[in-house]
Design a protein around this ligand. Sequence first.
Ligand code: AMP
Ligand code: MG
Length: 438
Amino acid sequence: MKYSPNSPILLSSSLHVDEARKAISELVKELLEESNAIADPADIETVPLDQAIDRILAEDLLSPIDVPAADNSAMDGYAFAGKCLDTSAPEITLQVIGTVFAGKPYDGKIQQGECLKIMTGAVMPTGCDTVIPQELTIAQDAVQIQFKQHQLKLGENRRLRGEDLQAGKPAISAGRLLRPSDLGLAASLGIATLQVRRKLKVAILSSGDELCSLGTSLTAGSIYDSNRYSLSGLLNRLNLEIIDCGIVRDDPASLKEAFIEASSKADVLISSGGVSVGEADFTKQIMQELGDVGFWKIAMRPGRPMAFGILKSSTGQSPVRKTLFFGLPGNPVAVMVTFYQFVRSALLQLNGASQTEVPLTQAISAAPIRKKSGRTEFQRAILERGTDGKPTVRLTGSQGAGILRSMSEANCFVILGHNQENIAAGDWVDIALFEGLL
Ligand code: AMP
Ligand code: MG
């Protein structure tokens, strides 16, 4: 069945956050399945490893080698043939016949009753399979060592060839949003370039007669356009190509022109403002002409009104181009919340990422929080360790949808589910951290 953002359920007056997310994901899936999809899976680039951070891996990365390439020592200690542990003697004494360093394999032979001093990472000499760590020896000098037999089993403190990765097996799967550890892993396999998805082109614009650009003086009743800056910050974190379409006035001709221009260049258009009840009729009319866009009233706070759908543009002979469109509410906090809840995962999905969600965790609420059942709320909060050592959150002051300071001071959202009611101090609540470590 063809999906439409204008289906009656999606236009209901209290669309559940989960239904909205599902509908967005369905539409993205449909777009990806179409042959003229906006983010063609064939759109792949080869980039050097040091430029691959935060890009999405386009192919399974197969390991060309075994890692480690040879059995090696996991400890600084003494390598020997472990079959000598098969004895009733409580203590074992071995003669030290040499030293093996990392990067310099030992090519001599070892006899029963002998051992080699070995450094961490050094290749296990032929005939050795066990390492007694330096600190477990009870006596040692340049010629012999002694240790208690029960402290060691055959094969211990040896890293086996291919233990991390086997040649020909996938080291990283396609769809991975590449992190520092992935780049390190690829480098450890000797891989210098990676195939990644091309960066999505995302256009942003702000709509509103009251908006002023930075560098101009505020006139009576006007405000500075902050949304484009929060949005470009959010998009930069996703390492996308941003097309800044500036401020557009609240008049049908300018809006229409701006939407046509943006959708002709971008895979995705994100606007803010102009979708609230007073202004929606006007925007709706334009959207009807340009594509299939629904005006949703989502049961959430902040961020109730939102437009979502596709804009179609045809350029001469070529087939109709489709641009995914998000019309976010104008309020500065609502912009960031709706981006986090709906846009971020859609962009990742559209670009082939396998993991599109931000992981949730939990913390104890330091104070009561008022909450009405029947809507999902995103409160801004600071996560800290409480005096009892447990993770604790407290809200950052006034939670109005226009109060950007509540976001700026926060380090996480407290997410209160659709059916949840008032929270008491000491209750556990779901949180989503703004920043990830890696
Ligand atoms: P709207 O959704 O257009 O009705 O806007 C809701 C509120 O957000 C109004 O107070 C607007 O002035 C404000 N607003 C809209 N767009 C922006 C923007 N780009 N930057 C800052 N505030 C905005
Ligand atoms: Mg407006």
